[in-house]
Design a protein around this ligand. Structure first.
Ligand code: GLY
Length: 349
């Protein structure tokens, strides 16, 4: 069924979701990475088919997740094939995302109708900025550049604590335009540090630096990386617990998805010439990958519907998808491996 997308395994059952789910683009994205990594054209034709089934999502103005959905499918497709038709879909998606921007606050509203929240902004919204930066450069449309930068700068100001850990959500008051709530839906508590959120934040500022070359984003990336890698609860095997401040550490789940996103962001951060000691980031990314392969995070072939990683954590507070394969864990692991391969090839040139 091409209108249902693999998301996770829960209670030994494959959990499939519709195109509007925030995770729908990751399966097509995985197919693009498999094609890029192997050159096997079976993956190319599957990637094209699964990507095309998501096309209508580019008109979806009801969520910031359009960035995840369209960038991981059409964005990867464009990067690899340079097909104009993919670019058109990316541009339309950028316009849809931009429609959620509210200049008085300086942010894109992440989600609608979340309890009594007025204008919720999630840390993972940083990752969605990629389609705006791309649309800015492709079309020389400064509106997208302005929106993405305003959102990123406001996120730096309001989402981060003085130690550079981040809140998952900041809800803005539509009258005062100031935060009325700062906390976490998926972390242990409002004052702790949900692991995937820390990875999203790092990933988002690394991509903002890549797209703009603005040093302010590189400095923020370095500070976030220092928080994560220097944390007393960052384990020696480098797979984060689901919340860096869970009081149950070490007797609480790891989150392999947070680790995969972190590995991808660290490999990219290590590749920037401005970074003085790139090994500090690359070594940790290598360790994450080695731990995953060698210490029980990898599924055996044909196990778990062929998901690659296990031990991801969707949401412990909601008691959903805990200790299971997650499609975004697999996607960011493959992305990390492709980035790593390209880094090593460039080193040899
Ligand atoms: N973007 C939602 C999550 O990371 O669970």
């Amino acid at each position: 069924d091409t209108m249902l997308f693999r998301r996770s395994i829960e209670n030994n059952k494959l959990n499939m979701v519709p195109p509007s789910d925030w995770t729908s683009g990751f399966f097509p994205g995985i197919l693009w990475y498999l094609y890029e990594y192997s050159g096997d054209t079976q993956f190319l034709s599957a990637a094209k088919s699964w990507t095309n089934t998501l096309k209508d999502q580019c008109y979806n103005t009801s969520t910031h997740d359009i960035g995840f959905i369209i960038n991981s499918s059409f964005g990867q497709g464009y990067r690899i094939t340079k097909s104009e038709s993919y670019k058109i879909v990316m541009n339309t998606a950028a316009e849809s995302l931009a429609s959620r921007y509210f200049d008085d606050i300086g942010c894109i509203k992440s989600l609608d109708d979340i309890g009594d929240l007025e204008f919720p902004v999630l840390i993972d919204n940083m990752v969605n900025l990629e389609i705006l930066y791309k649309a800015w450069r492709w079309n020389n449309n400064k509106k997208y550049y302005k929106i993405a930068n305003k959102h990123a700068l406001k996120t730096m100001e309001k989402h981060f604590r003085s130690d550079f850990s981040s809140f998952q959500v900041v809800d803005y008051d539509l009258n005062s335009l100031l935060p009325r709530y700062r906390g976490s839906f998926q972390g242990y508590s409002d004052s702790t540090a949900w692991a995937r959120g820390q990875s999203w934040g790092l990933y988002g500022f690394v991509l903002a630096f890549r797209e703009t070359g603005d040093r302010v984003y590189l400095d923020q990336s370095i500070r976030i990386a220092s928080y994560i890698l220097g944390h007393i609860n960052f384990p020696a095997d480098c797979i984060p617990y689901w919340d860096y401040l869970s009081p149950d550490i070490p007797n609480t789940p790891r989150d392999a998805s947070a680790a995969a996103i972190l590995a991808s962001a660290l490999i990219e951060l290590s590749s920037y010439s401005e970074i003085k000691q790139p090994e500090q980031y690359l070594t940790i990314a290598e360790k994450i990958i080695h731990t995953m392969v060698r210490q029980g995070y990898f599924n055996k072939p044909n196990e778990y519907e062929n998901f690659v990683l296990n031990q991801g954590v969707g949401s412990i507070p909601d008691k959903t998808e805990v200790g299971v394969p997650l499609i975004y864990g697999d996607y960011y692991l493959l992305e990390a491996l492709v980035k790593y391969k390209n880094l090593k090839i460039n080193e040899k040139l």
